[in-house]
Design a protein. Structure first.
Length: 343
């Protein structure tokens, strides 16, 4: 072998090493400086990942947890590109998609059962849903609680004109309750427990709407630009979340203890909220009952529920009929969940 040939081979080998290292560095750098989650501050399973930093470790990047009070806040945060992933309710997510926010539903981690409830004052003799006629009832605007309250009024054939509905964020509801300004409130824990500790009791729970064909749920929603840029990070997020669900199901009380301590709330409050949600697994979510598998998504339970939700928001004046798409399937992206399940 001549020195010239040896030099050429060494140069080629060096070029290959540099290219390989460069590709590795490019891959390593393909991670955001931080990942921004929108969270409502209450006891939820994914808080386990906040406590042990499972998400941060999985991503190789720190997670910034950005608080919000209502679904309207989440839509504003998405519009301003101030968050990347959010866990929030079906009705505000549907409203955001209808208004053409560039977001996608990637998972349905929670079906709301008893975690969101209507609480009425005992002193006002509110003992059934019918008794809210003639009363002042608060709800968080642009939320699943508002949607459930409106549906409860509809399916129970109440006279809405006789009910004074007041939009208030949860913390403002607590203040209004203490002042005696409201007689009932539809909201989630831990606020429901505060009302029950101060002269209130349960009148109606969201799960009761299922018998009338209404499914009310929470989504994981991602900003589309973020998901397109970091698709594997979205897959890692869904895998890690399922691990936290598995952790919770293996030890519900132990998990509730961890979450209660982290949020500085009573254990019973945390346990009550956590048991008031149903947790379909990632595999279950890919069935037609929930998101479908892509091919079955247009006729899936969530696509139908989203369309029903949009039509109802039109009925109550929160959406224009012209805003409602023919189908919500294009805004449901199951590709990340399928990869998360496949591992």
């Amino acid at each position: 072998m001549t020195s010239h040939t040896l030099f050429k081979k060494l140069a080629a080998a060096a070029a290959l090493i540099i290219t390989t290292l460069g590709a590795g560095l490019a891959h390593a750098e393909d991670v955001p400086q931080e990942v921004r989650f929108a969270w409502a501050g209450g006891p939820r399973v994914w808080i386990l990942g906040k406590i042990d930093k499972s998400f941060d470790k999985s991503f190789g990047a720190p997670v910034k947890w950005i608080p919000f009070a209502t679904g309207a806040d989440v839509l504003s945060l998405f519009a301003a590109k101030e968050i990347d992933i959010a866990r929030f309710g079906s009705s505000p997510a549907v409203a955001g998609i209808a208004r053409k926010l560039p977001i996608e539903i990637i998972s349905v981690p929670e079906v709301i059962a008893t975690s969101e409830r209507l609480i009425g004052r005992k002193s006002k003799n509110i003992n059934s849903i019918k008794d809210i006629e003639g009363k002042t009832v608060a709800y968080p605007p642009n939320s699943t609680a508002q949607y459930a309250l409106e549906l409860a009024i509809k399916v129970n054939r109440l006279d809405k004109s006789k009910i004074r509905l007041v939009p208030l964020k949860p913390a403002d509801q607590v203040a209004a309750w203490k002042r005696g300004d409201i007689d009932a409130a539809y909201v989630w824990g831990p606020f429901t427990q505060q009302f029950e500790a101060d002269g209130g009791h349960e009148i109606f729970v969201t799960k009761q709407l299922q018998k009338d064909g209404y499914l009310v749920y929470n989504n994981f929603v991602v900003r589309k630009e973020f998901a397109d840029k970091y698709p594997q990070l979205v897959v890692k997020f869904l895998r890690t979340y399922q691990e936290k669900v598995d952790q919770y199901k293996k030890d519900p009380d132990g998990s509730a203890q961890l979450i209660a301590k982290h949020l500085d709330i009573p254990f019973e409050t945390a346990r009550s909220v956590l048991t008031g949600l149903e947790y379909p697994s990632s595999t279950e979510q890919l069935t037609p009952s929930y998101l479908g598998n892509g091919a079955t998504t247009p006729t899936s339970g969530i696509a139908k529920a989203a369309k029903d939700t949009a039509n109802f928001l039109v009925e109550i004046g929160d959406l224009r009929k012209s805003d409602v798409p023919e189908s919500f399937a294009p805004a449901i992206n199951t590709s990340y969940l399928k990869q998360a399940v496949a591992k």
